[in-house]
Design a protein around this ligand. Structure first.
Ligand SMILES: [Cu+2]
Length: 282
């Protein structure tokens, strides 16, 4: 990951003087933007995306919360193989040929969330594993999409973050407190197994210590409801060593940070190992 992002940067630097001569005004270090429209229950997005720094902009046009998990598949594996494996594994550990690269975590209906990361060439599978309302996961209803990342790299850099969050076994380590307002947040997986950062916003006067249990109970049996809290983005599952940046506005509230990934050793979801955290934003 590091090697190829630096080679992308080297290439960008090499062509920068030429671009400066001809298109000085239009040259920026912004990543390629890919708009993904989530509906009930499908993704509308390009079949092919150039490699390099990419911002996925997930717009929820459905009636339910949606997110966008992304796997890079080893060569020879198809999107259909990926869907098969997801259905077989259920909540358990996925095969080692599926590499979690992250994407925007859950958006509310009518809202949008984002994630910026460096895409390597290869075959990919986007999926939504939010449950319900019945409670089958959305990928089982067709909310999966295969796409290809082509070798011609797009330039640009990951956005500069004002807050970093480390995913470790089994905690979310914030460099400093999350405050009200707009933030660009860099999420890095510093552990030896995949993790995610799912964020939900509860009212600020919500009884402390309850949010995790309420969200987990809902996920097991949504009873046709959209959930006990507002979806507030984050990053879907990422592999060890990966970095993904997302940005959003944080209003006041009680925020739950939680990881649903199945543990590499015992298969239990990480929130059962304590990977859940409440944060108050005033
Ligand atoms: Cu985890």
């Amino acid at each position: 990951m590091k090697r190829s992002s630096s080679s992308i940067r080297a290439r960008t630097l090499a062509i920068a003087p030429l671009l400066a001569l001809t298109t000085a005004a239009s040259f920026t270090a912004k990543p390629n933007v890919v708009t993904v429209v989530a509906t009930d229950f499908a993704f509308e997005m390009p079949d092919s995306i150039p490699a390099g720094p990419t911002r996925f902009e997930l717009k929820d046009h459905g009636k339910w919360q949606h997110h966008m998990g992304v796997y890079r598949l080893d060569s020879g594996r198809t999107a259909a193989d990926g869907l098969d494996a997801l259905i077989k594994a259920g909540k358990g550990v996925r095969p080692s040929w599926m590499h979690s690269i992250g994407g925007p975590n859950a958006a509310m209906p009518g809202a949008a969330e984002n994630a910026t990361l460096v895409l390597e060439p290869g075959s990919y599978l986007a999926y939504c594993e939010i449950p319900g309302p019945d409670p089958a996961r959305h990928y089982a209803k067709g909310m999966v999409k295969g796409f290809v990342v082509t070798p011609r790299a797009h330039g640009g850099d990951l956005p500069k973050a004002d807050l970093s969050i480390d995913l470790v076994d089994y905690d979310f380590v914030l460099a400093h407190a999350l405050t009200r307002g707009h933030h660009v947040i860099s999420v890095t997986n510093s552990s030896r197994q995949p993790h995610m950062l799912a964020i939900r916003r509860f009212p600020i006067d919500h009884p402390p210590g309850m949010a995790g249990n309420e969200l987990v109970a809902w996920a097991a049996d949504p009873k046709g409801t959209i959930g006990p809290a507002e979806a507030a983005g984050g990053v879907t599952e990422i592999a060890p060593g990966s970095q993904v940046v997302f940005e959003r506005d944080f209003e006041k509230g009680l925020y739950l940070l939680i990881c649903f990934t199945a543990d590499a050793a015992d298969g239990k979801p990480h929130f059962k190992h304590g990977m859940q955290k409440e944060i108050i934003v005033r």
